[in-house]
Design a protein around this ligand. Structure first.
Ligand code: GLN
Length: 550
């Protein structure tokens, strides 16, 4: 019998429910069981691809080309699995299927309703997963917070599933926030009590409560939560603030979460195997060196839209023995005053991530130009790759080079819409998505990093290098060291005369895993480490710059 663990959230969003859900999955996985995870997003969008990452967070791309919620990335990294796109269920998809079936006549003569038709569709989607994938346990995180109108059908489906599958096969975990009153330092349990009351009103009695709090829960608040929320005290756990999110599974395990779940779900009592996780964690927590990286983008302060980039750099740093200090630089500032770009000189490496649209793009080009001409290690991702081609083209004399995304009228579209994108009017799910095979040139930096002639990396783009300009770019020193679709598409670029100037059309960050960093990120961090600079005070630098060129 497959097991299901539902993870719901209380009090407020953004308290790290995804990390706790992934940690619970890890705790079961290290006991030798096959675990997967599902994220339910109760919004009407069909997928995350049409949402604003600056509000909703990163769009995580799966191997099979799904544009999913960023929590899916957390599951992949914690569980070291590829999560298929059908594991990100949205209200848009659920209603779409039910309405399509209604039109076909599947429910002829019936009144189609939220209960049972929508709830049945939700349960079917969940039950199909263990059947198709042969997993022992499906972790289901329900997005949002208990009390939201839009998540009600999912909670109802969870209630029904437990009734139908039996209490020993379905477990409910509720994650809440326990705030601390600054004045007296008291851990307040009332918001948790209210949240659980609401959950019970809907028909779900949690089996486990995980309280997010600054510090471990004290005895009295733990007792109170147990009593008022109707759970055993031994089923109340804390997820306190920690240095690395990868500590989370171990902290919960130490409090007995694994043993509790094993008994409640009647799982085999296997000894948990934590040794490789602990080794990875050790690398993440103890780094003797430091490296300073500038990430140049727009709305750069919102790190949530680049979680995977962030994590890929941390994974790479941990493996290279270096703490990666990231600074998000708004490229608009370079456009306002181009000499501002010189502040990049104090960094060991410059990264230009993926992105869309014209705003901030010229600033990114300035950042790339500065890194290339000052031999500062540079990594470009997707849009960063495309703008690196534009920058190089301008450098070799194609002065008006541009991407047609930036300037649709440009005379020199070195980056242009992919031919198959012409005529595509629908925006949802129509980019070149997911993993594609790439051939790597054996005499390249890329090959020395991947050590493979063929690789699979994930994509999300509409534009590409315009074939018309390739031979000119190559003859003037740019190397395309990775290609796909029978060498038609350019996937990796390098400037071999630089220490490290490499960019990829794909998003290598999506496949980075703790303990197994993504090769381009690892190469970039290593190169940055090799060019380590002394700390320079930025204010001093800017003051110095305004005094004239150095
Ligand atoms: N805007 C570019 C394109 O559509 C790059 C996309 C990205 O960076 N993900 O091709």
């Amino acid at each position: 019998m497959p097991k299901y663990v539902f993870v719901t959230g209380g009090v407020m969003s953004g308290i790290g429910k995804g990390v706790i859900a992934a940690s619970i999955g890890k705790i079961i996985q290290v006991r030798g069981l096959k675990v997967t995870a599902v994220k339910i997003d109760p919004y009407l969008n069909y997928d995350a691809g049409t949402m604003n990452p600056y509000i909703h967070g990163e769009v995580f791309v799966t191997e099979d080309g799904g544009e999913t919620d960023m929590d899916v990335g957390t599951y992949e990294r914690f569980l070291d699995i590829n999560v298929p796109k059908n594991h990100n269920i949205t209200t848009g998809q659920v209603y779409f299927s039910v309405i399509e079936r209604e039109r076909k006549g599947d429910f002829l003569g019936k009144c189609v309703q939220i209960i049972p038709h929508i709830t049945d569709e939700i349960k079917d989607r969940l039950r199909r997963i263990p059947k198709e994938e042969g997993v022992d346990l499906v972790l289901v995180e329900i997005g949002g917070t208990v009390g939201d109108i839009e998540s009600l059908p999912y909670l109802e489906a969870a209630r029904q599933l437990r009734l139908e599958e039996g209490g020993e096969n379905v477990l409910n975990v509720h994650v809440t926030l326990v705030p601390v009153l600054d004045v007296v330092g008291e851990q307040k349990t009332k918001p948790t009590q209210h949240s659980v009351q609401e959950l019970r009103r809907i028909g779900i009695q949690p089996d486990i409560i995980v309280a997010r709090s600054k510090a471990p829960l004290k005895q009295e608040p733990r007792r109170k939560i147990g009593l008022f929320c109707n759970v055993e005290e031994s089923a109340v756990f804390t997820s306190q603030d920690m240095d690395s999110i990868y500590q989370s599974p171990l902290l919960l395990e130490q409090q007995g979460l694994g043993t509790f779940m094993t008994h409640r779900l009647r799982l085999p009592e296997n000894q948990p195997q934590w040794s490789s996780w602990k080794k990875m964690l050790q690398d993440h927590l103890t780094q003797t060196k430091q490296v300073n990286i500038a990430i140049c983008g727009k709305y750069a302060e919102l790190a949530d839209c680049y979680v995977s980039v962030n994590d890929a750099l941390k994974d790479a740093g941990a493996s290279a023995g270096a703490k990666v200090n990231l600074e998000w630089i708004e490229t608009d500032d370079f456009e306002k005053q181009s000499e501002n770009v010189r502040l990049l000189s104090r960094f060991d490496g410059v990264l230009v991530p993926g992105g869309f649209g014209a705003r901030g793009a010229e600033g990114k080009i300035l950042a790339i130009e500065y890194s290339r001409s000052h031999n500062i290690p540079f990594l470009g991702i997707c849009y960063g790759f495309q703008l690196a081609v534009v920058e190089y083209a301008r450098h070799i004399g194609i002065k008006d080079a541009a991407s047609s995304e930036l300037d649709p009228e440009t005379k020199s579209p070195v980056i242009d819409l992919m031919p198959e994108q012409n005529g595509i009017l629908e925006k949802g799910g129509t980019m070149r998505l997911g993993a594609h095979e790439i051939a790597v040139d054996e005499s390249s930096k890329a090959f020395s990093l991947y050590r493979k002639k063929t690789i699979w990396e994930r994509h999300r783009h509409r534009f590409e290098v315009n074939p018309t300009y390739i031979s000119e770019l190559i003859s003037k020193g740019l190397k395309f060291s990775g290609k796909s679709d029978s060498n038609r598409r350019m996937e990796i670029l390098e400037v071999p005369s630089n220490k490290f100037h490499l960019a990829t059309q794909f998003h290598a960050e999506f496949k980075s895993r703790p303990g197994r960093p993504s090769p381009p990120y690892f190469g970039f961090v290593q190169a940055s480490l090799a060019s380590n600079k002394q700390e320079v005070n930025v204010e001093q630098m800017i003051a110095h710059q305004s005094g004239g060129p150095r």
